[in-house]
Structures are given as C-alpha cells and as structure tokens.
Design a binder for this molecule. Sequence first.
Ligand code: 5GP
Ligand code: ZN
Length: 112
Amino acid sequence: MSDCLFCKIISGEIPSSKVYEDDICLAFNDIDPQAPVHFLVIPKTHIGSVAEVNECNSAVVAHIFEVIAKIAREKGVESYRVVSNIGEQAGQSVPHLHFHVLSGRDMTWPPG
Ligand code: 5GP
Ligand code: ZN
C-alpha cells in the first residue's frame, strides 16, 4: 500500500532499527519505546489489523508468533507482553497489522 507507513518501512523508504527479517515478516524497534524492550513485528503483505485476518492470511500470523518466540529466546527475554491494537479507540495509530512486544519492566493489568 503506497501511503502506508509500515509498507514504507518494509520497502526501506523509511529507515528502521531492524531486529529480524525474513520473507514473511519484519521486526524492528519501536520509535517511541514504552519499555526497555519494545519492538514491532509486522507482515510484509499489507493487512490492516487483526480484524482483517482470515483463512487466507492467518498462516502469516502463526508465523509471526513463531518469530516472536524465537526473538524472545534469542534476546533471553522470558517475560513479555504481546499487544495488537485494533481500531482507534483501542489505540491503533498505524493501519498495518503489527504486534508490539514489550518487556523489561513490571506491567500492570488491565492495560489502560
Ligand atoms: P499502534 O499505536 O498502532 O498500536 O502502534 C504503532 C506504533 O508504531 C507506535 O508504538 C509508534 O511509536 C510506532 N511508530 C510510529 N511511527 C514509527 C516509525 O516511523 N518508526 C518506528 N520504528 N516506529 C513507529
Ligand atoms: Zn501497509
């Protein structure tokens, strides 16, 4: 999607601090970290949010969760939170599916 911020990060048009990349997904550090570890994992194909996950594209999401577990193991991170905001009221500001991975501090529940 030409006007999508995260599609521009995938193409390299906008630089990012890359954590991991393969043919299916990209992980990069959040520009405004909310925890000592805060990276995002996004599919390379444009999917708007979890609300657009369906039987045709859900394998990408399964892969992303494998990647999250792999990155966490490699970073030695044992306790972490995975968050995906869907829609404006839930706090989604970039309409390209992304999973926040946050770690390195105590977290409260429920989230605000
Ligand atoms: P959302 O608010 O949609 O759940 O999450 C979007 C995230 O993208 C935010 O945490 C925000 O800090 C991050 N973000 C926005 N623009 C950029 C950018 O240009 N580069 C990086 N690395 N992160 C960004
Ligand atoms: Zn996109």
